[in-house]
Write a protein of this length. Structure first.
Length: 520
């Protein structure tokens, strides 16, 4: 009997499935006598492997998620669970906020003894960022940055350039004035919980062609261009670096990154810029103020690898003195969920080169200027080109005349799975973002505001739309001992989307073979 298998990659109905067609009994009589189920199974397996390889090559970047809508759906599920737990279990005065990231670790009274649990709390595209999980605790005891070629043990620079996984914490409050850019190696967590830690000066933080970094509870401000000098980037490598842009956090060619509970302001170029095929990034619970070009996502319109860029922006506060780029996107997929946009001068979210922007459950408060009410901006593109771009607003609340101009597929297939969980009402944004920024230290907040009017896009929302300017406080600092924690492990191998992981493809064939009456 001959069996013909084809991949549905050529058909849009059920991606990545394999279908087997069985001939009629009359046709079977014509089949060669040596045909057997073994050959059939082998052929199906071979066809499935080929289809999986094709699917893999269809991805722009090997580490991008093949189904971004599934990631969006999981974020909404986590949020729903966290809010439900708060409503059912918190009788007042408890630690639960409904914010799934904070509720994951802040309710543990011994969080400082279980710091690495934080690595299990991320959501969105950067969920898999390991940071220094499994590595030793490294304590920063020296705030100086005198020597960028031979850094002193105990400094932050000495810790971040090591090759093994490290969970980096701080012995006390400190301001680290960088001499030049701080080049961070893979598998590092910079954990500022329990201390007020600020990074400023030359270059600031650089994540370049690395993976698995977590930056938590750090204030980054007044970053200036620097460079044209030799800088150590690992224990075995010193290289010449040109002049940096003066970004707060500069990301290039990197993946599996999570930036959480940081406060950023007053830098020369961007507060956070991600370019050159960076992907699998989550930026959450952070507080942005006093800056022009806040965040750039994408190198330039002609750089096609950025089509694989995938970034989640969740529970952030965009506050006083911001002008534009919150973010400004090129190519890629960007999920903007439950953020609080309280001010912009030009626009909030912009882009070019056909990015997908999925805006859910945010609050957009427009400035007084009548010419700046629009949330969105298509940069240097006429409507004939951007009308097909997938920009969607769902459950967002618009205050003071703010309006979002959607385009593209809207509620069609590209958003169907992502929309299966209703985005939480923007009225909950106050609750979800009330602790945005660093804990315990200054977050460059100018005070409190209240807003009571607004219109809602997509699904309806209700409730108080006020905003509280108050911050959170972790209380006492639990001291850690250098060298404590578990034994360091080698970084795991680079994860590439493997055809082997798509075993369900050939199972369709096997199942059909078993159930087919033609084989009875």
């Amino acid at each position: 009997m001959q069996v013909f298998c084809f991949s549905s990659l050529d058909k849009p109905i059920k991606p990545h499935s394999i279908y087997c067609i069985y001939p009629s009994k009359s046709t079977q009589n014509m089949a060669p006598a040596h045909s057997s189920n073994t050959y059939i199974l082998f052929f199906c397996l071979l066809t499935s492997l080929f289809s999986a390889i094709r699917a893999t090559f269809n991805l722009t970047l090997p580490h991008q998620h093949p189904n971004p809508e599934a990631v969006v759906q999981e974020v909404q599920r986590r949020l729903n669970v966290s809010i439900y737990r708060r409503e059912m279990l918190d009788t007042g005065g408890g630690c639960l906020t409904g914010n799934p990231i904070d509720d994951c670790w802040r309710c543990d009274p011994n969080w400082a003894k279980n710091r690495q649990r934080l690595a299990d709390c991320a959501i969105g595209f950067g969920k898999s960022a390991l940071g220094g999980k499994g590595g030793q605790i490294y304590v920063v005891t020296d705030s100086s940055d005198h020597d960028v070629v031979s850094p002193t043990p105990g400094t932050l620079r000495y810790g971040v350039l090591q090759t093994e996984p490290l969970w980096i914490i701080f012995s006390s409050n400190m301001v680290i004035k960088l001499k030049h850019e701080l080049i961070v190696n893979s598998y590092k967590t910079i954990d500022g919980r329990g201390a007020n830690v600020a990074i400023t000066g030359g270059g600031c933080i650089t994540l370049q062609y690395i993976s698995n970094v977590i930056i938590h509870n750090i204030r980054v401000y007044d970053c200036k261009p620097s460079g044209n000098t030799n800088i150590r980037s690992s224990p075995t490598h010193v290289g010449y670096r040109g002049k940096s842009d003066g970004d707060g956090i500069s990301i290039a060619g990197s993946r599996n990154l999570w930036i959480d509970h940081c406060s950023l302001s007053h830098c020369t170029d961007g507060l956070i810029d991600a370019v050159l095929g960076s992907t699998a990034i989550t930026i959450s619970n952070s507080y942005f103020t006093h800056h022009n070009e806040v965040m750039l996502m994408g190198h330039d319109d002609a750089y096609m690898p950025d089509k694989g860029m995938q970034v989640t922006f969740a529970f952030n506060h965009f506050g006083r003195g911001l002008i534009q780029r919150m973010p400004r996107c090129r190519h890629g997929y960007f999920h903007v969920v439950n953020n609080d946009f309280t001010e912009w001068k030009m626009y909030a979210i912009g882009g070019s080169a056909d990015p997908t922007i999925n805006s859910q459950g945010n609050r957009y408060i427009a400035p007084p200027n009548a010419d700046s009410k629009e949330v969105t901006k298509r940069v240097d593109t006429d409507e004939g080109n951007w009308a097909g771009w997938n920009w969607r607003t769902d459950g967002d609340i618009m205050v003071n005349g703010a309006f979002f101009v959607p385009s593209g597929d809207g509620m069609s297939a590209i958003y169907a799975k992502a929309a299966s969980y209703e985005p939480k009402s923007a009225a909950l944004v106050t609750q979800l973002t009330m602790n945005a920024g660093v804990f315990g230290g200054p977050r460059d907040d100018d005070g409190s505001q209240s807003f009571t009017d607004g219109t809602i896009t997509g699904d309806s929302a209700s409730g108080n739309t006020g905003r509280s300017g108050g911050g959170g406080d972790d209380g006492d600092y639990f001291g850690m001992i250098f060298g404590g924690g578990s034994v360091a492990i080698s970084p795991p191998p680079v994860n590439v989307i493997s055809p082997v992981k798509r075993g369900f493809d050939w199972l369709v064939c096997v199942s059909d073979l078993v159930m087919s009456p033609e084989l009875g």
